[in-house]
Ligand binder design. Structure first.
Ligand SMILES: [Zn+2]
Length: 164
């Protein structure tokens, strides 16, 4: 197998990662999820480039699953659009970067079952996998292109009810 080629995205000025971003980069390398993300990105035939904040961007993803414009595996942000288009969308890139941090906080692979549990919980509660999903809410629903479908429920028996 040939080594993964990583080239810089020249269109976007890149600043050095902060200490926190470096810690995330190291954690996701050490826990193996970044390597898993690179393997997936390479298998899917994406273009792999360095992004800002210690992220790796894998663009041009065409597989049907997952049904998302962008998703993360470790520090690898995999997207259907071009790398320049993703880095130009700072809200979406920030959303995906927060998912990268979530991988680090979950010590890598445990993020995936926890995320799917949260998505299932959200699906049951709200009818969609994002609105009540802890990970999506923490990453920012609007930034991720989600609409918050949660609506306040009327208090039982009128005013004074406690909603949990
Ligand atoms: Zn998200």
């Amino acid at each position: 197998m040939a080594p993964v080629q990583i080239s810089a995205v020249s269109a976007q000025p890149r600043t050095h990662p902060t200490a926190g971003q470096r810690a995330r980069q190291f954690a996701n390398f050490a826990n193996g999820t970044t390597l898993l993300g690179l393997a997936l990105a390479r298998s899917a035939g994406t273009a792999i480039t360095r992004g800002p904040a210690g992220l790796i961007i894998a663009s041009g993803y065409r597989w049907r699953v997952p049904f998302a414009g962008a998703f993360t595996v470790g520090n690898v942000v995999i997207c259907r659009v071009g790398a320049g288009q993703l880095t130009a969308n700072s809200a979406l890139l920030g959303h995906e970067a927060r998912h990268c941090s979530q991988y680090a906080w979950c010590l890598g692979l445990p993020f995936l079952p926890l995320y799917f549990l949260a998505a299932a919980w959200s699906q049951l509660r709200t009818g969609n996998p994002a609105s009540a999903n802890f990970f999506e809410r923490q990453a920012g629903l609007a930034a991720g292109g989600y609409i918050d479908t949660r609506t306040p429920r009327p208090a039982p028996g009128g005013a004074g009810g406690i909603e949990v």
